[in-house]
Design a protein around this ligand. Structure first.
Ligand SMILES: Nc1nc2c(ncn2[C@@H]2O[C@H](COP(=O)(O)OP(=O)(O)OP(=O)(O)O)[C@@H](O)[C@H]2O)c(=O)[nH]1
Ligand SMILES: [Mg+2]
Length: 295
């Protein structure tokens, strides 16, 4: 069926509520990294879901939080701008009645923007059904959401109802992304993100937040093998030792988790090399934040 309508939907919410998990589930491909630790997403990531004659352009955004450094400033700017340039905001929350100050601030932003907003209460697999009524009532009393839809992004629960609601924001217009394109993320960026996701999983405390990954070299050989050199940046010498691990054991573990996923994404075998470098407090440096792709 030819695409004749599009809707741009910005997915927003505080960190760790499941925005990227939902974006991946709606697109049906992994385009955004997911982490049990907050502040995984740092950039705007576009995912495309075609439904009949409608193209949904989903904009995954960083978690809305009070920024503590230049990287945080950038992430919040991404959220603010994405809320203003959209047909609809899809706000994601956890199934609890309390709202954090960031969530209150986000609702105020949405109110000011005048953009219609759908609320998805995610992670309903973690609470008894009876608990949802109070959550719905709490949000319904706070803002006139166009719809409040309970979902589980992880279990694919409620997503059809959600998609039907999102389709109502579609307007007539040209197809923005070709049929076979499901994200705006280039392969090399995705490869870096997959590596960062595995590091977030394997490393603890403040280390994950101070990581950045850059491609040093990327060669697709005729032998069906892609050679990738990655540079991993961290904020302290002590972090570097932990990332490398005893005799390189931690880096090996991280690489062995990342490689199969990068291979699946590229559709080739992958040979990867990694270097770890220290850039003290790079998150406070405007030029380094930009250099690592946050601009
Ligand atoms: N139980 C359960 N866990 C979920 C669900 N959706 C997401 N999660 C988990 O919640 C955590 C955060 O998921 P993300 O998708 O990275 O959350 P996010 O909102 O994109 O986070 P940031 O990018 O940091 O803002 C991960 O551990 C997910 O597996 C759900 O429906 N049920
Ligand atoms: Mg995310």
């Amino acid at each position: 069926m030819p695409i004749t309508k599009t809707a741009v939907v910005t997915i927003a919410g505080r960190p760790n509520v499941g925005k990227s998990t939902l974006c991946n589930a709606l697109v049906g491909e992994k385009i955004a990294i997911v982490s049990p630790k907050p502040q995984a997403t740092r950039n705007r990531v576009i995912g495309v879901a075609n439904r009949g004659e409608t193209q949904l352009v989903l904009v995954d955004t960083p978690g809305f939080h009070r920024p503590r450094n230049k990287l945080g400033d950038y992430m919040q700017k991404v959220v603010r701008e994405s809320i203003e340039e959209t047909d609809c905001v899809l706000m994601i929350v956890e199934p609890v009645t309390d709202r954090t100050p960031s969530e209150e601030a986000l609702i105020c932003r949405i109110e000011e923007s005048g953009v219609p907003c759908v609320l998805a209460i995610n992670k309903i697999d973690t609470v008894p059904k009876e608990a949802l009524l109070a959550v719905i009532a709490s949000y319904a009393g706070r803002f006139s959401f166009d719809a409040i839809i309970p979902i589980s992004a992880k279990r694919n629960d409620g997503l059809d109802v959600l998609l039907k609601q999102l389709e109502t924001y579609a307007v007539d217009g040209p197809q923005l992304f070709p049929d076979d394109v499901f994200t705006d993320q280039p392969e090399q960026r995705l490869a870096c993100e997959i590596l960062r996701e595995k590091m977030m999983l394997c490393l603890d405390q403040e280390i994950p937040h101070g990581l950045a990954v850059e491609i040093e070299s990327f060669k697709q050989g005729e032998n069906g093998v892609t050679d990738i050199g990655f540079i991993i940046y961290c904020e302290k010498q002590s972090h570097k030792s932990i990332i490398i691990g005893k005799d390189g054991s931690m880096l090996k573990t991280i690489s062995s988790k990342a490689r199969p996923e990068i291979e699946r994404m590229l559709g080739t075998k992958v040979f990867m090399k990694t270097w770890v470098k220290v850039k003290e407090n790079w998150r406070d440096s405007g030029s380094l934040v930009r250099r690592f792709g946050y601009e």
